[in-house]
Ligand binder design. Structure first.
Ligand code: ADP
Length: 174
């Protein structure tokens, strides 16, 4: 199975689950979080209120409501602070925990936004490497996922994902 890269609005994707780069309140925000809440409709916030927030690096699941996706997996990325507060491990944990929650719910296709690279300021290339490494390692041990899409909202992010995936491929050949 290969990781797909796709550029566009994650809320339009017809996959079993999309991942939300949420904040710890899980009560909505800007960026992809705002777009997901708008597209899912007002019922989403009611379910989110019952969840009691989410810690950085953790993930919680809700229904997808009006989205094409059946589920939303809400994860809270780290705010970038120069890399001295464990941001790399916390970002890897976002991908890892989201994939674990997905497998627990028999989800077969899942799409991720570039977690933490917007308002939270994580360096995009570093984030792309962590995303690809964590998803690749997970897929080597879990056969139940059929499709993982890394969604880039802009062209530079798409280019980063493609470059990182190309490098992975070269490393495998060596
Ligand atoms: P964070 O607070 O985790 O940094 P943001 O939502 O600010 O989250 O940004 C995370 C990434 O999501 C950024 O790369 C941003 O360009 C991207 N993004 C914003 N809106 C969408 C969307 N509708 N679909 C996919 N990605 C999006």
């Amino acid at each position: 199975m290969t990781i797909e890269v796709w550029r566009g609005d994650i809320t339009t994707l017809d996959v079993d689950a999309i991942v939300n780069a949420a904040n710890s309140s899980l009560l909505g925000g800007g960026g992809v979080d705002g777009a997901i809440h708008r597209a899912a409709g007002g019922e989403l916030i009611h379910e989110c209120r019952l969840l009691g927030g989410c810690k950085t690096g953790e993930a919680k699941i809700t229904q997808g409501y009006k989205l094409p996706a059946k589920f939303i997996i809400h994860t809270v990325g780290p705010v970038w602070n120069g890399g001295v507060l464990g941001e790399d491990a916390l970002l890897a944990s976002c991908y890892q925990r989201s994939l674990e929650v997905a497998v627990q719910h028999r989800i077969r296709s899942i799409a991720f936004p570039a977690i933490s690279t917007g308002i939270y300021g994580f360096p995009p290339e570093r984030a792309a490497r962590i995303a690809v490494q964590t998803v690749t390692a997970f897929l080597e041990k879990n056969a139940s996922l059929e499709r993982v899409v890394l969604v880039a909202f802009d062209e530079p992010t798409e280019g980063l994902y493609r470059a990182v995936l190309e490098n992975c491929h070269l490393l495998e050949l060596e």
